[in-house]
Design a protein around this ligand. Structure first.
Ligand code: 0X9
Ligand code: ZN
Length: 323
């Protein structure tokens, strides 16, 4: 019942990831990185494939450079942190599909992406919220997770206010009933705890972090707790600009680039600024196409994934040239 052109249930997305790892064991692996409050698995897919010639080269290079290992730089991409933003998990899932089919079809652009970088892709960071938004008995525009934190009637924490960087600063709320409720403490939520522990377990190995949201056609980077520029502002901006240029080259869709605190609103406790704070050199929140607000027709999924992959190709090219 999984349909790559549609919005799928959490269960069928997880099944699809497992099927891929069974069909292409040399190319991808899945991992459960934790469980939600309602005990659903949080599942990630990694392209473990090592192109042998490339790998030997990287080992030799590593020896020459006297490095510890020739490991590929890691790239983390998550979607579905906010339940109602269905386009985000759908696009992450579609990108997985395209990376694999592109690899086997011999698409040089995509081949080089998965050969050079190790992608860790988490389509649905907030499974409980997604299931509630997806269900006929739920609320389509649900945003938070489904944790009953206190005895009030209000459910759910805004996971993108729960990360441990300037937690409880501006833009979050202490009110459990608010849609931007930050939780009782930083990483109080199982979903943010599991994801951040996973990222921390490879600290120092990440090249980039991307969190997909909707909507607004924005490429956002730290800081978010303040309008002041971060120390890597120029680097972040020029990489984001090539991401935007790659996206635009496909269907002429325009994304706006900028630091969260400068062009959007101050919101602390969000994932992209936390990732930067623990040493991920490049970290972004992407707000996907905004023509339809949260309820996006399914025919937008594939072009959005196409655009993003071309965006990533040009993004990595630029960073490689600069380094
Ligand atoms: O407010 C958010 O969490 C994101 N927008 S959304 O409409 N998808 O909810 C924007 C997050 C941007 N990053 C930070 N505020 N750090
Ligand atoms: Zn969001």
């Amino acid at each position: 019942e999984f349909d790559i052109t549609a919005y799928n249930s959490h269960e069928s997305v997880n099944d699809y990831l497992d099927e891929l790892s069974i069909s292409y064991p040399d190319l991808v692996t899945t991992k459960i990185i934790g469980y939600t409050h309602q005990n659903r698995s949080i599942k990630i897919l990694i392209n473990t494939h090592i192109d042998s010639a490339m790998y030997v080269n990287s080992l030799l290079l590593a020896q020459i450079n006297n490095q510890k290992s020739g490991a590929k730089p890691k790239v983390f991409i998550d979607g579905g942190q906010h339940a109602r933003e269905w386009i985000s998990p759908a696009v992450v899932t579609h990108m997985i599909h395209q990376l694999i089919s592109g690899y086997y079809k011999g698409d040089d652009r995509l081949r080089s992406l998965v050969t050079k970088y190790e992608f860790h892709m988490l389509p649905i960071l907030n499974p409980d919220g997604y299931v509630y938004s997806y269900s006929d008995h739920g609320i389509r525009l649900w945003r938070k997770n489904m944790n009953n934190v206190t005895t009030t009637n209000c459910t759910g924490v805004d996971l993108n206010r729960n990360w441990d960087f300037h937690w409880a600063g501006r833009g979050g709320s202490r009110d459990e009933c608010s849609i931007v409720y930050q939780g009782q403490s930083a990483f109080s939520e199982k979903e943010t705890k599991a994801t951040s522990d996973y990222i921390l377990s490879y600290q120092g190995q990440w090249h980039s972090y991307f969190s997909f949201h909707s909507f607004g056609q924005l490429i956002l980077f730290p800081y978010s707790h303040t309008a002041a520029p971060n120390p890597d502002y120029e680097k972040h901006r020029s990489a984001a600009k090539s991401l935007a240029a790659g996206i635009k080259s496909v269907n002429n869709r325009r994304y706006t680039v900028g630091a969260v605190g400068m062009i959007l609103y101050e919101a602390s406790g969000s994932s992209e600024s936390w990732a930067y704070s623990i040493g991920v050199p490049y970290s972004y929140t992407l707000e996907l196409p905004d023509l339809f607000t949260f309820v996006v027709p399914t025919d937008v999924i594939e072009p959005t994934a196409n655009e993003l992959l071309q965006g990533l190709v040009e993004y990595f090219q630029l960073i490689e040239e600069e380094d």
